[in-house]
Ligand binder design. Structure first.
Ligand code: G3P
Length: 218
């Protein structure tokens, strides 16, 4: 199971990287805007910085919505660094662009996926990753994990090579349930990722070990 961090924040990427368990990064236009990154030159520089911090794939999303625009932008993004994966939305033009880019050997991540039908087309188009958005489905009072379970089953049935990259993670439980379902990658904000380590019995146990050790030294 691979862990990606879902942020464009350099401090958070560095902190997650320091744990030694980080396999990649995903960004999107909202996350880039949150960091105040604008203008082609700054965007390119930011992606370069991220690629130099993390030894793994870094998803960079296209802004164009027409097929030719997505392809042009995808080629430019892919030329920034060999670690870049071009993120393309699950629209008809997006599927065509993924097909084109993957035939050129460019890695792609089909994003904004909310149905197994979209996930099947992403795999057929040759996407490297497919990103189902669990949290946003939960936000609509449906169960995002139902989509994950169905996708895992269908991808297994046909031995699709596209990797399931669970996105829109809201909490630590999502990460565990994704692991249970057998997804290939989870991309999470820093907080749920760090939440994996939290257990009150670990804190209580450590406190007692240290207190006992101190007593023995007196
Ligand atoms: O990067 C895409 C996805 O993870 C977005 O998450 O929290 O905006 O639904 P969220």
């Amino acid at each position: 199971m691979k862990f990606f961090i879902d942020t464009a924040n350099i401090d958070e990427i560095t902190e997650a990287g320091s744990l030694g368990i980080l396999d990649g990064v995903t960004t999107n236009p909202s996350l880039m805007a949150k960091e105040g990154i604008s203008g082609e030159e700054n965007i390119i520089k930011h992606y370069e910085t991220i690629c130099n911090i993390v030894d793994g794939h870094v998803s960079a999303e296209v802004i164009a919505t027409d097929m030719d625009g997505m392809i042009d932008e995808g080629l430019k993004l892919a030329s920034i660094h060999s670690q870049i994966v071009v993120k393309v939305p699950a629209t008809a033009n997006g599927i065509k662009a993924i097909n084109h880019l993957s035939h050129k050997g460019i890695k792609t991540n089909c994003t904004l996926v909310f149905s197994t039908g979209q996930a099947i087309l992403a795999a057929k188009a040759g996407a490297t990753y497919v990103s189902p958005f669990i949290g946003r489905i939960d936000d609509m009072n449906y169960n995002g994990m139902d989509l994950i379970d169905q996708m895992v089953q269908v991808y297994h049935n046909y031995e699709f090579e596209t990797q399931i990259l669970a996105a829109s993670i809201r909490n630590t439980r999502h990460i565990i349930e994704c692991a249970e379902a057998g997804v290939d990658v989870v991309t999470s904000p820093l907080k749920p990722l760090k939440g994996l380590l939290k257990h009150p019995l670990t804190d209580i146990g450590l406190e007692k070990f240290l207190a006992d050790h101190k007593k023995a030294q007196q």
